[in-house]
Design a binder for this molecule. Structure first.
Ligand code: AMP
Length: 304
C-alpha cells in the first residue's frame, strides 16, 4: 500500500502530520477522536483511512506547508509558527500565499519570543538596534523588526539557537519558548513575544471544489465537536427543585443545563456540560448545597 503519486483529481483527503516529535501523538489522537482510523504502510509513512477516505502522510513538520502548496497533501497539522514563517518567506519572495490556518487545535502551545541574557536591563524593542539576533525564524523576525522600525542583523541558525549569545554569534535570540526552562538553563530571559503559537489545521487558501470539499467539511464539523468537548465533562445529579437557585451558580462554566422533573414530587434531575475541571471540591460544594447522586461522565463528541 503506497500513496497515489499524483495530486490531481483525488477522491480521498490526504492529511500531513508530523511523523515524530511533539505534535505527532496529539495530532493523531485528535483525528482519531473524529472517528478516523487507519491501516499503516510497512514503511510507516502512509496511513490508509479505513473508516473514511481520509489518509495520513507522516512527514517532517517543516515540510507540511510546502506539501499543501504543491497539492501533495490537502491539509496538515503543523505549528502556527512554521506556517507563518513559511508564509512570510513566500510573501518576502513575491510569491502568492498558498496555505492558511483553518483551525486552531489547542495543543502544542508555545511563543516565538525575543530572549536576551539575564543581565540585560531590557527597556524595550529599541534596545535591539544595531544588535545581532540569532533565529530559525528569519521571515517573522525581519517582519517584526521592520514593523518596529528597528535596524538589527538577523543571524540565521538552524538549531541550538539558545547557545548563540554564549558562543558570541549574537547578542539576542528569537526562538520558541514554552516553559522557559531551556532559556533559564542558558542564562537567558524572554522579553518580547512575536507570535502566540499552537498546533493548527492548515489547508489551501481556497476551499476544495471536488469531493474533498465535502470530506473536509465533515472533518471540520467533527473536529469542532471534538475540540469543544476536549476538556469537558457531563455532570449529572438530582436535587430538590427549590434548591436550584443555589446550585446553578456553582456551575458557572456549564452550558445551559437540562433540568428534568422526576415523577415523584419536587425533585429534579439535572445534567450539564461543564467546560472547566470538575474537581472533587466542586462536587463536595454541590453536595453541601443539596445535590445528591452526583456523577461525572467523560464526553467523547458533540454535534451542535
Ligand atoms: P518539534 O517536535 O520539537 O519539532 O516541535 C514541533 C512544534 O512543536 C514546533 O514547531 C512548535 O509549534 C511546537 N512547540 C511547542 N512547544 C515547543 C518548544 N518548547 N520548543 C519547540 N517547539 C515547540
Amino acid at each position: 500500500m503506497s500513496p497515489p503519486a499524483s495530486a490531481a483529481a483525488r477522491d480521498r483527503l490526504r492529511i500531513a502530520i508530523q511523523k515524530s516529535g511533539r505534535l505527532a501523538d496529539p495530532a493523531r489522537s485528535l483525528l482519531a477522536a473524529c472517528g478516523l482510523s487507519w491501516r499503516e504502510s510497512r514503511d510507516r509513512l502512509f496511513c490508509y483511512g479505513e473508516t473514511l477516505p481520509v489518509d495520513l502522510l507522516l512527514v517532517r513538520d517543516d515540510d507540511i506547508p510546502g506539501l499543501i502548496a504543491d497539492g501533495v497533501c490537502d491539509l496538515g497539522v503543523v505549528g502556527r509558527n512554521v506556517l507563518l514563517e513559511q508564509d512570510g518567506d513566500r510573501r518576502g519572495n513575491g510569491r502568492a500565499p498558498a496555505f492558511r490556518e483553518w483551525r486552531a487545535l489547542g495543543f502544542g502551545g508555545c511563543r516565538l519570543s525575543i530572549a536576551v541574557p539575564d543581565a540585560w536591563q531590557w527597556q524595550g524593542p529599541q534596545d535591539l538596534s544595531g544588535k545581532r539576533i540569532a533565529t530559525s525564524y528569519p521571515a517573522l523576525l525581519s517582519q517584526w523588526l521592520a514593523q518596529q522600525g528597528i535596524d538589527a542583523q538577523v543571524v540565521l541558525l538552524s538549531g541550538s539557537v539558545e547557545i548563540a549569545p554564549r558562543l558570541g554569534q549574537a547578542e539576542a535570540i528569537c526562538d520558541l519558548v514554552s516553559s522557559g526552562a531551556t532559556l533559564s538553563a542558558n542564562q537567558l530571559k524572554a522579553v518580547q513575544t512575536l507570535v502566540e503559537s499552537e498546533a493548527v489545521l492548515a489547508g489551501p487558501v481556497d476551499k476544495f471544489d471536488d469531493v474533498r470539499g465535502e470530506l473536509a467539511d465533515l472533518l471540520l464539523r467533527r473536529l469542532d465537536g471534538a475540540l469543544r468537548v476536549r476538556n469537558s465533562k457531563l455532570l449529572m445529579f438530582q436535587a430538590p427543585r427549590d434548591l436550584l437557585a443555589e446550585l446553578l451558580p456553582l456551575l458557572p462554566d456549564a452550558e445551559q443545563p437540562t433540568v428534568m422533573r422526576l415523577d415523584d414530587g419536587d425533585d429534579v434531575a439535572l445534567q450539564a456540560l461543564c467546560h472547566g475541571a470538575v474537581t472533587w471540591q466542586r462536587l463536595e460544594e454541590l453536595k453541601r448545597a443539596g445535590a445528591r447522586g452526583l456523577m461525572v461522565l467523560p464526553v467523547e463528541g458533540m454535534l451542535a
